[in-house]
Design a protein around this ligand. Structure first.
Ligand SMILES: Cc1cc2nc3c(=O)[nH]c(=O)nc-3n(C[C@H](O)[C@H](O)[C@H](O)COP(=O)(O)OP(=O)(O)OC[C@H]3O[C@@H](n4cnc5c(N)ncnc54)[C@H](O)[C@@H]3O)c2cc1C
Length: 460
């Protein structure tokens, strides 16, 4: 069954039973899913969805969605079924062991089923906006705004926008922000669901789904043409940004409603076909620090800082290699041992820069990523507290220096110094109970990255 057909079937099935998933199901075109069943557990009538995921690529590297209440997809896993190094089908449902097993990068074995805990169906009311960039995530001071983006806003407008931004990131069920290079406007997608189904519609409507797929396909074709590659980088960026902003709601074509009330799965997958566009992507998870005046509260200024640091960097180079987008999502922490969000008690700013693979060379992209990584990792001194900033495992970080040392060394000796031994010990505990050893999984399921990070002490 194709992913699209599966998602549509499962959405209908979920709706008819009044439930929805609040975490993403895999979006990769290479991911196929099959089968699904619902269960109650422990008589508590929690709805479970068991997915056969021949490529459990979204769960393995601990992927995430958006919203400060939401941990990673791996945090929702209640049972992992897998084929171990001996070829035996095994099950793990102990919560302590799942902290390693549900986000283990494929090191346990071949995952055949994941059982996820879902929330009851609810109905997001989406009002996407395209505010001036100055007011979407306001700068800490007006001086932080590059001259090309300066607006004529009063201190009161900045204060009002800052309050609104803080409310959104702190409380909204789902919060994400986009900026496309050299654009005066941002795209803000923050929403909350309601329990009342009245007025909820399929989104996007069928025609628009096809339109979105075509747009995605066309985008892919255009960026691979000789003409596109030959035009200056700034033109490429502006061309893509203009098309993307035009395609995002509220828009001239397609859904014109300022307010879209829909079903939870539709809101989470409001944009179809985007996964067909190849991209380059570096994403970091920045912990939200505590406020100095009241450590029990989050200090959201770090988000403003991280956001405007990128925008300013883009403006230092008219041919900036960031040709697609700056994206920011607010998410929770994670209980997974190897999650980049682990320990972030106030939540996490999940921030990323994206570009196009064909028109941007490694020689341009890598130094840009290094500059961004240096910025995002420099905030500890400003906030005067430990901030364990870590890259998304499934995105680009290899080849960078983090904290002044090669990324792998940094991850092993600094960012996951305590977590890696805990992860290895938990895997060992699972193996002891299920009849395999660390050397078996190193031999069969590891690669040179995990040999270096996790299994360096394990002799085959
Ligand atoms: C357009 C786009 C949007 C994205 N959006 C997000 C996002 O919103 N949030 C986010 O966190 N990430 C996001 N990502 C990253 C994406 O979720 C990861 O790259 C994910 O790993 C992709 O899954 P895959 O199946 O294609 O990966 P693969 O490369 O096939 O798999 C990743 C790893 O998972 C393991 N694995 C896969 N299947 C199994 C199995 N059956 N058993 C055991 N191990 C297995 C393997 O170790 C493999 O190396 C996005 C990526 C793209 C391209």
């Amino acid at each position: 069954m194709s992913l699209r057909v599966f998602k549509s079937t499962i959405s209908r099935s979920l709706r008819s039973q009044g439930i929805s998933a609040f975490v993403s199901v895999p979006r990769s075109p290479r991911t196929s899913l099959g089968g699904g069943r619902f269960q109650t557990i422990d008589g508590r009538c929690q709805w479970m969805l068991s997915l056969l995921m021949p490529q459990g690529g979204v769960n393995a590297p601990i992927c995430h969605g958006a919203g400060r209440q939401h941990k990673t997809i791996s945090d929702q896993v209640r049972k992992v079924e897998y084929v171990d190094a001996n070829g035996t089908h095994q099950t793990i449902s102990d919560p302590g062991l799942l902290k390693a097993a549900a986000g283990c990068f494929g090191l346990l074995g071949i995952v055949t089923h994941l059982t996820l805990e879902l929330q009851p169906m609810s109905y997001p009311v989406m009002r996407p906006e395209k505010p001036d960039i100055n007011l979407a995530i306001p700068p800490l001071t007006p001086e932080d705004v590059p001259p090309a983006l300066k607006g004529d806003f009063t201190p009161e407008q900045f204060a009002e926008a800052t309050k609104r931004f803080q409310e959104r990131v702190e409380n909204d069920y789902y919060s994400e922000f986009f900026w496309f290079p050299f654009q005066q406007k941002a795209w803000v997608h923050c929403w909350n669901p309601v329990d009342d189904q009245e007025g909820a519609k399929e989104y996007p409507p069928t025609v628009e789904v096809w339109l979105q797929w075509i747009q995605g396909w066309l985008g892919g074709v255009i960026i691979e043409t000789k003409f596109f590659r030959a035009i200056p980088g700034s033109w490429q960026a502006v061309f893509l940004a203009t098309l993307t902003m035009a395609a995002l709601p509220p828009q001239f074509l397609g859904t014109r409603d300022a307010e879209i009330k829909t079903f939870m799965p539709d809101a989470l997958h409001f944009r179809r076909g985007v996964q067909n566009m190849r991209c380059r992507d570096m994403e970091f998870q920045i912990p939200i620090p505590s406020r100095k005046d009241d450590p029990s509260k989050p200090d959201w200024t770090i988000v403003q800082r991280a956001w405007w640091d990128v925008i300013n960097l883009v403006y230092t180079n008219p041919e900036s290699p960031m040709r697609l987008a700056l994206e920011l999502r607010i998410i929770a922490d994670s209980d997974m041992i190897m999650a980049a969000q682990r320990g972030n008690k106030h939540g996490t700013a999940s921030i990323e820069v994206l570009s196009i693979p064909d028109a941007v060379s490694d020689g341009d992209w890598q130094p840009f990523l290094q500059q961004i990584a240096d910025k995002w990792m420099s905030y500890e001194k400003i906030y005067g507290q430990k901030l364990n900033v870590r890259p998304h495992w499934a995105k680009e970080w290899e080849g960078l220096d983090l904290g002044g040392i090669p990324a792998r060394k940094y991850l092993k000796t600094v960012a996951y110094k305590d977590e890696i031994p805990e992860f290895r010990d938990t895997l060992k505990k699972i193996g002891d109970a299920q009849g395999w050893g660390l050397k078996d999984i190193k031999k069969l399921f590891s690669n040179e990255l995990w040999d270096e990070l996790v299994f360096d002490t394990v002799q085959i």
